[in-house]
Write a protein that binds this ligand. Structure first.
Ligand code: HEC
Length: 179
């Protein structure tokens, strides 16, 4: 009886030791992990960013999902209009010749944006404080007038800009972008 009992106990403890050793070996090899550490959680985005190929992936991860087909169509139309009329001087999330347009609807109302795009010189000449300051900040570089864009065209461009906002990791996922 006594021999049997210690034989059983020995078998159980051998089994536990084997399991433990196996786990240690796997976790040392990085195959098993109980919980991601701060370091490993931040790793993928970090290393992608350094490799310079993170942008498209980030955009995929946080891509804006339109609420309905009408909105999707407006964004697609705005995308095309933006590329053919504005992209030579503007990007959504970075400054090019003109300011980054991200957040434009928070800075200005649509009732300011439409006349501005139609004819920014006229808005500046009217003495609009924001326009005069911005024009000064950009070394009095005149943005071309776009009299042919309809109000709806401009709203579509704004919809496109809003959909693209925050498609960089720094805007939308500060916790993951920690370096
Ligand atoms: C040739 C360059 C150029 C083109 C093309 C251009 N812009 Fe601009 N834009 C500027 C500059 C420069 C400014 C800064 C104000 C100034 O200097 O007049 C500006 C300012 C703006 C602003 C105000 C931004 C803010 O942060 O308040 C908006 C909105 C804007 N542009 C929208 C557009 C849109 C929409 C188009 C395309 C239909 C467009 N721009 C095409 C150069 C350009």
């Amino acid at each position: 009886m006594r021999t049997n009992y210690s034989g059983f106990a020995l078998a159980v403890s051998m089994g536990l030791i084997v399991l433990l050793l196996g786990f240690v070996a796997l976790s040392a090899g990085g195959l098993v992990q109980l919980a991601p550490t701060e370091e490993t959680a931040a790793m993928p985005i970090d290393s992608l960013g350094k490799a310079g190929m993170g942008d498209s992936l980030r955009a995929t991860v946080v891509a804006y999902v339109p609420a309905n087909p009408q909105e999707a169509a407006a964004i697609a139309a705005g995308d095309a209009l933006f590329k053919s009329n504005c992209a030579q001087c503007h990007a959504v999330n970075e400054k090019v010749v003109g300011p980054a347009l991200a957040g434009i609807t928070k800075r200005r109302s649509i009732n300011w944006i439409i006349p501005w795009v139609h004819n920014s010189a006229k808005v500046i000449a009217s003495g609009d404080e924001y326009a005069v300051r911005l024009y000064g900040d950009y070394s009095k570089q005149q943005m071309p007038a776009f009299p042919n864009l309809t109000d709806q065209n401009i709203k579509n461009i704004v919809a496109f800009v809003s959909a693209q906002e925050g498609s960089s990791a720094t805007d939308s996922a500060p916790a993951l972008a920690v370096q």
